[in-house]
Design a protein around this ligand. Structure first.
Ligand code: BG6
Ligand code: MG
Length: 218
């Protein structure tokens, strides 16, 4: 548990605020089948928090298949098109259980709310979910040069909210996201399974029964 002073909560999007991580997996699975690689759910954990281009680089490495720059671009576009097909009807009912209450309680306690997602689709999704106005700062895949586990996006979020990194609490469903935030001594809250997120300060299954006082002393 963190001591409260001046706090910012930094949320990941896919797999934390909404279950779009499942759509990323399904879209990559279709593309990987075409490439000739069997993408398992276990291996997919290593694609979470990783940007689009680096995902295909990892897939080439795992499958030992070398694609040309042209093929890479075609597969990346195809993956994004499939993904966009899955999310086209996403709406406010797709916000994960408990997230809205949790954010609104935090806002009442003057905690700043920021978002850092590796996804270049993040702002569109926040608009579809009708929650974009809750965030003081939004950092997405378009604003960073280095993907998680690099801490770049977390540092930008801390700077823009004028918060010391030790006073940031990060909510993440990916091992690499937690790793990035840990590098800045942020307090890390894993959302998902303790087996996968064994590098987080604390892990919860979701926000359903989570209270602000479980995370910080307020
Ligand atoms: C992250 C997901 O949020 O965004 C990754 O965890 C995904 O799995 C990454 O690869 C990039 O997303 P997009 O929408 O820019 O292809
Ligand atoms: Mg995520």
């Amino acid at each position: 548990m963190k001591k409260s002073s001046f706090i910012t909560f930094i949320f990941d999007l896919d797999g934390v605020i909404t279950e779009t991580s499942e759509y990323h997996y399904k879209a990559w699975k279709i593309v990987c089948d075409k490439i000739g690689y069997n993408l398992t759910r276990k291996k997919n954990e290593e694609l979470k928090g990783v940007n689009r281009k680096q995902c295909i680089e990892l897939i080439m490495q795992w499958s030992n298949i070398q694609l040309s720059e042209n093929e890479i671009n075609i597969y990346l576009e195809e993956k994004n098109n499939i993904y966009n097909g899955f999310i086209k009807n996403l709406n406010q009912n797709d916000v994960c259980e408990g997230v809205l209450n949790f954010i609104n309680e935090a806002l009442k306690k003057n905690i700043k709310i920021a978002l850092y997602s590796a996804s270049r689709n993040a702002k569109k999704i926040l608009c579809q979910l009708n929650i974009i106005d809750l965030f003081t700062v939004i950092i997405d895949g378009n604003n960073v040069s280095n993907s998680k586990p690099d801490p770049e996006g977390f540092k930008i979020a801390a700077d823009l909210t004028k918060t010391n990194t030790e006073n940031c609490v990060v909510f993440e469903d990916s091992f690499y996201g937690i790793e990035g935030a840990n590098k800045l001594n942020m307090y890390t809250v894993g959302i998902g399974s303790k087996d996968v997120l064994n590098n987080a300060n604390v892990v919860y299954k979701g926000f359903e029964n989570l209270k602000i006082k479980d995370i910080i002393n307020v």
